[in-house]
Structures are given as structure tokens and as C-alpha cells.
Design a protein around this ligand. Structure first.
Ligand code: ZN
Length: 209
């Protein structure tokens, strides 16, 4: 598939805590090279990061008696809770070493409101608060969204679903994402949303022969 000037690569949550820190995802280190390779093929790259206040609603530590991976009730329904991660301004929230994304045109932060988590980059977990990323991309004339990062069936998938919900044509880069969970069920959800799967080597950069 040839990449054009109307395409954007969105790199989700490739931060220290998800690669080597408190919520390290198996295989995360192996996606750095494919992401760098993909980024070279795109004119437009957006970096999305988890960016939580220290007492965020998604932290088990913010709910007395709760353990990691428990589900708790919050204002918008159920929310899974995790180890403290990607706290604003900490080493864990920094982009993982080795990423070559200096060409990124925007670094987009999500999950910065204490009371609401945001797995996806387009729609927060209350399923009604939009982040504004969709209108930004549309204003830039971007039409196709290619998602990479962590976790494949977590924030990457939710970002892809959010983009599809806002009318973009969407693909997930399999080799530039990691983290398997409920694969069969999630693959059905992805397919129903019309989202395609590609690998980095399927992409031909705009300036490649
Ligand atoms: Zn988070």
C-alpha cells in the first residue's frame, strides 16, 4: 500500500512504563524498530501519550482496598484499575528510548483528567467526551489513520475504533504493535468496525519507487 500525504501514522503510548516499567507489555521492545521504519514512510506522524495525574482514577492506589486489574465503579460505569503508570512529568511517562519520532507534528496527551480514563486517543472512557484529535486531523486534510504502539488490543485498538467512529479509514500495524488480549473477540470487533490490518513491510513510502 502506497502512503500518501493524506495519511497519518499515530503512535500510541510507547512510553517507558509500558515498555519496561510498571505496566511492561510483552514484546514491547520489539516494536520500536518497526515503528521507526513506519515513521520514515509517512509525511505526517502524531504521537499519543498516556499522561495521568498522580491520583488518577485508573490507578488501584486511588481506590482503597482495590488491587491491580480489579474493576471498580466510577462515575461513567466500570473502570479497570492498574499499577500507577505514566504519571505526568515522570521517567515512566517519557517516550521509550530508541524511538525516532522527531518528525512528529503533534504530541497528544490523554488521560490527564483525574476522574476519566482514556484508552483511545479519540474518545475517552466515558464514551462521550471527545478528545479533539479527530477534528484536528480533519482540519489538516488527513483521511487515513494508521495506528501503532501499545497495547495492540488496548489503547491502540481503542484509538483505531475511535478514528473509525469519526469517519476515518483506519488500519492497525500488527508488527508495530504488541500486547495480546481476548484476540478472537477483539479481532471480530476490529473487523466489524471496518478496520484493516497491515504490517510495516506492506507500506510503500510516498518517496519510494
Ligand atoms: Zn493509563
Amino acid at each position: 500500500m502506497r502512503i500518501s500525504g493524506n495519511d497519518v501514522l499515530i503512535v500510541v503510548d510507547v512510553q517507558n512504563d509500558f515498555v519496561s516499567g510498571s505496566m511492561a507489555i510483552p514484546g514491547a521492545q520489539e516494536i520500536i524498530m518497526p515503528i521507526n521504519s513506519a515513521a520514515k514512510k509517512f509525511d505526517h506522524v502524531v504521537v499519543v501519550t498516556d499522561w495521568h495525574p498522580k491520583d488518577h482514577v485508573s490507578f488501584a492506589s486511588a481506590h482503597p482496598g482495590a488491587n491491580e486489574r480489579d474493576v471498580v465503579q466510577v462515575s461513567y460505569g466500570e473502570q479497570s484499575v492498574f499499577a500507577d503508570h505514566c504519571v505526568q512529568g515522570t521517567h515512566g511517562a517519557e517516550l521509550a528510548p530508541g524511538l525516532e519520532l522527531t518528525k512528529a507534528e503533534m504530541i497528544f496527551r490523554k488521560g490527564y483528567r483525574r476522574e476519566v480514563d482514556s484508552y483511545g486517543a479519540f474518545l475517552e472512557n466515558d464514551k462521550k467526551t471527545v478528545t479533539g484529535l479527530g477534528p484536528y486531523l480533519k482540519a489538516r486534510g488527513l483521511e487515513r489513520v494508521f495506528c501503532a504502539g501499545l497495547a495492540r488490543y488496548g489503547c491502540v485498538m481503542q484509538s483505531a475504533l475511535g478514528a473509525a467512529g469519526e469517519g476515518f479509514e483506519v488500519f492497525i500495524l500488527h508488527d508495530a504493535s504488541a500486547g495480546d488480549r481476548n484476540v478472537e473477540e477483539n479481532n471480530r470487533i476490529v473487523a466489524q468496525a471496518g478496520i484493516g490490518w497491515l504490517n510495516t513491510f506492506d507500506l510503500v513510502g510516498a518517496d519510494e519507487a
